[in-house]
Design a protein around this ligand. Structure first.
Ligand SMILES: Cc1cc2nc3c(=O)[nH]c(=O)nc-3n(C[C@H](O)[C@H](O)[C@H](O)COP(=O)(O)O)c2cc1C
Length: 326
């Protein structure tokens, strides 16, 4: 049995909310009268080209999204708190004006000072611009805008009395970004040093502090994530070449933990590597990692005897330069 240590610096608490910090977004949807509604939200996470949105069932955003199956997810930057705050405690749903006790969240909103605002673009001083694929408008001022279509609806908290919350799965069908946040020399990348998302942390709007933490392992697989995306497949060879460049550039500052991360990710993707990449490039990548790892003693766990198992799990023996060498 594994042994565990006793914590000396953790307290047990019971938080009313679990907003640990996610980017704030403004979802735009189309009302029944063909005007547009926008509403701030932050319960969202992303996987591949999908986004899961956590939304209350009575909000106009949810009603519109379920009816039209379309939305635009607009991500404000950290200097847009005035616009986000102008929309806080507003709703595009007229029904809160007359909500009665017993009408749950609708009545809660009425009693907590929510205001019915039919023109939220106007209220927040934001500019609607036309989308390419979906009908709802994009918010011009937001540096990132994703046109999306609804593909799934899941009712949350089915095990509890608190009804009326849903997770809506949307598929991103087009992404627009301000030129200023793009990574120089790259067609499809965002520069994390230029993109400053507004983060909602425990009901306060925050921004990401400047820092320079190397994230080699994360960056190298960014393009490889496209395999989860229905809309496009990217050949692996440019990705592998980029990994090799990065390994070369960072060889002096590379840490054992980075190498381990690369090893784990390569191993996880070795099926695709052998299917989509030219074996000679894969061998070159292997050599590049091996050259760097020669100076990182714990890369293969130390002794030479431990090197072979990793080599042979990642590449077939024919492609493995060490195997060929002997
Ligand atoms: C920063 C911020 C984040 C929010 N996040 C969410 C959220 O993730 N899900 C949700 O249902 N409501 C969220 N809200 C509350 C909605 O904006 C609110 O219910 C609003 O009335 C919805 O507007 P609508 O009825 O026009 O759609 C958030 C509000 C703010 C200010």
């Amino acid at each position: 049995m594994s042994s565990t240590a006793h914590s000396t610096n953790h307290d047990t608490i019971s938080p009313a909310i679990f907003y640990w910090g996610t980017p704030s977004s403004s979802s735009a949807t189309e009302n029944e009268d063909s005007t547009f509604n926008i509403a701030p939200m932050s319960s969202a996470f992303w996987l591949g080209n999908r986004c899961m949105l956590g939304l209350g069932g009575i909000s106009q955003t949810t009603i519109n999204l379920l009816r039209t199956k379309q939305c635009v997810l607009n991500l404000p930057s950290d200097d847009m708190s005035d616009a986000v705050n102008a929309l806080a405690r507003t709703t595009g749903s007229k029904e809160i004006l007359t909500a009665q006790p017993g009408e749950g969240y609708k009545y809660f909103k009425r009693m907590n000072g929510y205001e019915y605002v039919p023109d939220k673009f106007g209220r927040a001083g934001l500019t609607p611009i036309q989308s390419d694929i979906v009908r709802p408008a994009r918010i011009a001022e937001c540096p990132a805008q994703m046109e999306a279509e609804l593909v799934g609806v899941y009712e949350m908290a089915r095990d509890a009395d608190t009804k009326g919350f849903f997770t809506l799965e949307v598929r991103v069908v087009r992404t627009h970004v301000h030129r200023e946040i793009r990574m120089e020399g790259s067609k499809n990348r965002i520069d994390p040093d230029k993109w400053r998302p507004m983060i909602m942390s425990f009901q306060e709007l925050k921004w990401v502090a400047d820092s320079d933490i190397p994230t080699l392992a994360g960056q190298m697989t960014r393009d490889a994530h496209r395999k989860f995306n229905d809309t496009r497949r990217v050949p692996l060879e440019p990705v592998i070449r980029r990994i090799m460049e990065m390994i070369h550039q960072m060889r002096r500052q590379i840490r054992d933990s980075h190498l381990n991360e690369i090893r784990l990710r390569l191993r996880a993707h070795r099926g695709e590597l052998s299917r989509y990449a030219n074996p000679s490039i894969v061998v070159s990548l292997h050599r590049a990692i091996f050259a760097v790892s020669a100076s990182a003693s714990s890369w293969f766990g130390g002794g030479a005897a431990k090197k072979r198992p990793f080599c042979s799990t990642l590449f077939s023996s024919a492609e493995n330069p060490r195997s060929r060498a002997g």
